[in-house]
Write a protein of this length. Structure first.
Length: 280
């Protein structure tokens, strides 16, 4: 069911993408000034649907992309990835026939969860797309937590896990500079969303390496179970991009994974991430 909202001179439409997660928003032009009313509509949809897709957009400049992100908080700068010239807040996403890796394509993850205060959200716009393929998958971590049995919830509620980055970033973005600092942090396995107050599983294959207080074998068994549980299709959507779509997802309660099924074709865009707070 579509929600029709009147804001200034625009008619904004919000349509659920699927029953479990996601919504499509039309009627907001991201290349223009975002009004206070539109900001509130976006925030409400973001918290309700976890990932929102702005369709029928034009390509926005790096300056406007940064400005857009700052409506929702201070911007995060990636600790390891190369920076866009003159725009360190911009993370360029680019894969073509010469690429050895595709950012975000290996496994489901939450962006930079290895930080002490991981980003609350990410805004990605894709400008160049392959003729087919290049979708992105998103998973609802509220649902993943709610689907657990009560005894498992009780077991996990008081556990903490290490989120590390050196094993992933070293050699991927930086093969020579040993002065790079690779962030690592310890976060609760189950985090409480600071706005909705809902509980969500907060682990991912990229960065979560060990559950504190458990033996190596115990940690491995529990983490592998949770990774597989979080990636169940019941919690997922698969989004098919159109040129210049903008996706805005909540890293506190979702996982995502890019599909690299279009080699040797090109896929290119830009993203900003918005600073978050310490998980609890």
């Amino acid at each position: 069911m579509k929600n029709m909202i009147n804001s200034s001179n625009n008619k904004i439409t919000i349509k659920p993408y699927a029953p479990n997660i996601g919504a499509i928003i039309t009627g907001i032009d991201l290349s223009k000034e975002i009004t206070n009313s539109e900001q509130n509509i976006i925030k409400d949809a973001f918290h309700k649907y976890l990932v929102i897709f702005f369709q029928k957009q034009s390509e926005i400049s790096p300056v406007n992309h940064i400005k857009l992100g700052k409506y929702f908080g201070d911007l995060h700068i990636h600790p390891a990835a190369p920076k866009m010239k003159n725009y360190p807040e911009i993370f360029e996403i680019h894969t073509d026939k010469n690429s050895k890796i595709s950012n975000g394509a290996e496994d489901f993850h939450s962006d930079v969860s290895c930080e002490k205060e991981p980003p609350l959200g990410t805004m990605l716009q894709l400008h160049i797309l392959p003729e087919c393929g290049g979708d992105t998958m998103f998973a609802n971590m509220y649902m993943a937590y709610d689907a657990l049995s009560d005894p498992m919830k009780n077991f996990l509620n008081n556990l903490y896990a290490s989120h590390e980055s050196e094993h992933f970033y070293r050699g991927r973005y930086n093969k020579t500079n040993d002065n790079v600092k690779y962030p690592s942090s310890i976060h609760p396995v189950v985090r409480t969303h600071p706005v909705t107050k809902k509980k969500a599983l907060y682990i991912n294959r990229f960065f979560t390496t060990k559950i504190e207080g458990l033996s190596k074998d115990e940690s491995l068994i529990i983490l592998n179970y949770l990774f597989e549980h979080c990636e169940k299709t019941d919690f997922q959507i698969r989004y098919r991009w159109q040129q210049n779509d903008m996706a805005f997802w909540d890293n506190r309660c979702t996982l995502h994974k890019a599909i690299w099924d279009y080699f040797p074709n090109e896929r290119k865009g830009r993203r900003v991430t918005i600073k978050g707070d310490k998980p609890y």
